[in-house]
Write a protein that binds this ligand. Sequence first.
Ligand SMILES: C[S@@+](CC[C@H](N)C(=O)[O-])C[C@H]1O[C@@H](n2cnc3c(N)ncnc32)[C@H](O)[C@@H]1O
Length: 214
Amino acid sequence: MDAQIERWTERYDNSEGYLFGKEPNAFLVSQKACFAPGMQVLSVADGEGRNSVWLAQQGADVLAVEAVPRAVEKARQLAAERGVTVSHACVDLLTWDWGEERFDAIVAIFIQFAGPEQRAQMFANMQRALKPGGLLLLEGYGLKQLGYGTGGPKDPANLYSTELLGEAFADLEILHLAEYDAHIEEGSGHSGMSALIDLRARKPEAPSAAPPSR
Ligand SMILES: C[S@@+](CC[C@H](N)C(=O)[O-])C[C@H]1O[C@@H](n2cnc3c(N)ncnc32)[C@H](O)[C@@H]1O
């Protein structure tokens, strides 16, 4: 088993309740206007389901992917408790087949389990899996988070900067890319003053066919 998945399995096994709470991530909620009923949405490394449940409540057709069986089980419980339907897949995102042009939106909240090489591979897969015109919504911690110590990876290589994200998603239209500090309360896992980076980007529409030559 991948070392990160093993670490997360232990973390979920040893946590009471919902590690990141049952309420959706604040950045995701701030992007509510991006979602409409019937949209095909992927929730990446969805954890215990707080974000996929909120997406389903917006009327989206949600696929939640996550590697740890215990987290998926709790995500299923949360969806049932809130009376919404979410499709779940228990997969390792480093080997999963993301597919091509499948999703109207991809939501990637705190998915910093991957180091630079695996992250580059995942970011490329996300871009391929978006439909033309599809949206990527991503939030993660910046380097300054090491000083706050209120959640997130300890390895600086796993943290983001606006430059890193701008370069990684240069093929997308960057609609919003911001680095800021905010106090968040998202379960015991993410609690306190935090150094955050948010990204909203759109995959360009396919170029329209050339006009017929006369
Ligand atoms: C910080 S948590 C965030 C969970 C969720 N996105 C949220 O905001 O509540 C990171 C998640 O990544 C998952 N994860 C770690 N390695 C993974 C992998 N290789 N494939 C899929 N998920 C993985 C962990 O199990 C964990 O649920």
